[in-house]
Design a protein around this ligand. Structure first.
Ligand SMILES: Nc1nc2c(ncn2[C@@H]2O[C@H](COP(=O)(O)OP(=O)(O)OP(=O)(O)O)[C@@H](O)[C@H]2O)c(=O)[nH]1
Ligand SMILES: [Mg+2]
Length: 176
């Protein structure tokens, strides 16, 4: 079976849980400690997915963990180049991180017009279900047609973490 190499990026405001989602997916670990990412860190993971026509495909994922965006510092567009997909992350305990989803979506799409985007509303272990619901509605308003789904995740409990990565990989392969 041939192996395809695919690049994806994790994008979002600082502290929303980008590094934690990757750590949960790649190592199945979580830490409450906050070590802010400086620049970019690339992780690798081999996954196998089932395509629409039922064939198995091996994928070598290159997961680019980008440092959080702030009002004063936006991420370098060159980091996004060549990515077939992005996981754009917000933090349900900080609604302002949901409001900045639009900027992240626009930046990623300007570099990769055909790239697939998944929105992850993270840290759902910390808030009530009705709060999550109203924030999901807010996120829906930010979504463009490149966004194929909005997921509610927790890097702490592992909720939907494998799902966001595998669903994004499938969309990235479709867009090829
Ligand atoms: N309770 C809870 N805490 C989380 C979750 N995800 C991340 N955190 C915590 O939030 C803080 C920031 O997480 P990071 O993964 O470092 O966030 P980041 O988006 O990579 O941050 P930058 O690299 O600074 O952009 C850490 O203290 C994590 O332990 C989650 O799903 N639930
Ligand atoms: Mg980080």
């Amino acid at each position: 079976m041939s192996v395809i190499s695919q690049k994806m990026c994790l994008v979002g405001d600082f502290g929303v849980g980008k590094t934690s989602l990757i750590r949960r997916f790649v190592d199945d670990q979580f830490s409450d400690e906050y070590l802010s990412t400086v620049g970019v860190k690339i992780s690798r993971k081999a996954v196998e997915v089932t395509l629409n026509n039922q064939t198995q495909q091996k994928v070598q994922l290159l997961i680019w963990d980008l440092e959080g965006h702030t009002k004063f510092k936006s991420i370098a567009p060159s980091y996004l180049q060549g990515a077939k997909g992005a996981l754009i992350v917000a933090d349900v305990t900080r609604p302002e991180t949901i409001e900045s989803l639009t900027n992240h979506i626009e930046l990623f799409t300007s570099v990769n017009p055909k790239g697939a985007i998944l929105l992850a509303l993270n840290k759902t272990d910390l808030v009530e279900p009705n709060t999550i619901e109203s924030l999901t509605n807010l996120a829906e308003k930010q979504a463009s047609d490149r966004v194929f789904g909005i997921y509610q995740t927790s890097a702490k409990t592992g909720k939907d973490v494998d799902t966001i990565f595998s669903d994004l990989v499938l969309k990235m392969l479709e867009a090829r």
